[in-house]
Design a protein around this ligand. Structure first.
Ligand code: SF4
Length: 196
């Protein structure tokens, strides 16, 4: 059982996917990453750019939607997640979908982190709007606003729920997780001196 007060953002899920111990060091031991200040500056710039793009409504013609809401904050006590969704779309078939702008180039495949982030937004929309969510959209700004559709299958929702539960176990119980399986990530890691 976890306290309802625990609420995870998609960014925290991505950190966990990079290495579960990031979650432990940041949330249980309260040791920030050295890059945090720089990260905040970058995030601030990205937010500024994000607002400019959204306000221009670049995608009106690219996706068949009847309406949209921009920069929507949603929270789910049931699933312990919260986040700001770039665009919440009302599709012509009566379902809804999240749209997420990526300030990156599309690399011919979908990153696992991009997919899971989109699925998390889908869960938030489904619960808050009580409408079916079967897919999400990613818009790659550095690839000339290329839009990619992401179909959501049950296994994608299951993976998202499982990941959330694993994070809750670390934050809620203080569970010390395994190291990342990708040891190359340890080379430049700011936690490498305390990570045993
Ligand atoms: S040193 Fe490696 S295992 Fe430890 S936190 Fe960093 S990336 Fe994860």
């Amino acid at each position: 059982m976890f306290e309802n007060a625990i609420s995870i953002t998609p960014s925290e899920v991505i950190e966990y996917l990079f290495c579960p111990r990031f979650t432990y060091f940041m949330n249980c031991l309260d040791i920030p990453q050295h890059e945090e200040k720089r990260y905040k500056v970058l995030k601030g710039r990205e937010l500024h750019e994000r607002r400019a793009v959204i306000n221009k409504g670049y995608l009106r013609k690219k996706i068949d939607c009847t309406n949209k809401e921009s920069l929507v904050y949603l929270n789910s006590d049931n699933h312990h997640i919260r986040g700001i969704i770039d665009e919440v779309l009302y599709l012509v078939d009566g379902t809804m979908a999240p749209l997420d702008y990526k300030f990156a180039e599309y690399k011919e495949y979908l990153y696992r982190t991009h997919r899971i982030q989109s699925v998390l937004y889908g869960i938030l929309i489904r619960e808050n709007y009580q409408r079916e969510v079967k897919k999400g959209y990613l818009c790659y700004i550095r690839s000339n606003y290329l839009v990619k559709e992401v179909q959501f299958e049950q296994k994608n929702f299951d993976e998202a729920y499982q990941t959330i539960n694993e994070i809750l176990k670390i934050i809620g119980d203080g569970y010390y997780p395994k190291k990342t399986g990708y040891r190359v990530r340890c080379i430049d890691c700011c936690y490498k001196n305390i990570c045993v």
